[in-house]
Design a protein around this ligand. Structure first.
Ligand SMILES: [Zn+2]
Ligand SMILES: [Zn+2]
Length: 108
């Protein structure tokens, strides 16, 4: 069995980071999130993501990383905005790029 070093899912962007780098990444990611959110048109702005509070501790006294990561992942997913044309979900900055090329199917 290969043991991967534990990774933590960022609750803002949904990417995985090592247990050390997550504490460096999170404040930067939140700052970036605010910058991006401020640039978005009003209807695409989102409430600030909340860090999920997961207090599950396994029998061995460790945090239940799976539960934590799942909650973080769900939180990151809620940051996605659905395209009002095709219904696919994107990060808001991606959505703007996407909508330039997303055309409603021409009715015949
Ligand atoms: Zn992040
Ligand atoms: Zn679309």
């Amino acid at each position: 069995m290969i043991r991967r070093p534990p990774t933590i899912v960022c609750y803002i962007c949904g990417r995985e980071y090592g247990t050390k780098s997550i504490s460096i990444h999170e404040p930067q990611c939140l700052k970036k999130w605010h910058n991006e959110n401020n640039l978005l048109p009003k209807e695409l702005r989102r409430p600030e993501p909340k860090k999920p509070e997961v207090r599950t501790i396994t029998a061995k006294g460790f945090y239940d990383l799976d539960a934590l990561n799942e909650a973080a992942w769900t939180s990151a997913q809620s940051q996605l905005v659905p395209c009002n044309i095709c219904g696919r979900t994107f990060l808001p900055d991606r959505l703007i790029v996407h909508q330039r090329s997303c055309k409603p199917k021409a009715a015949k």
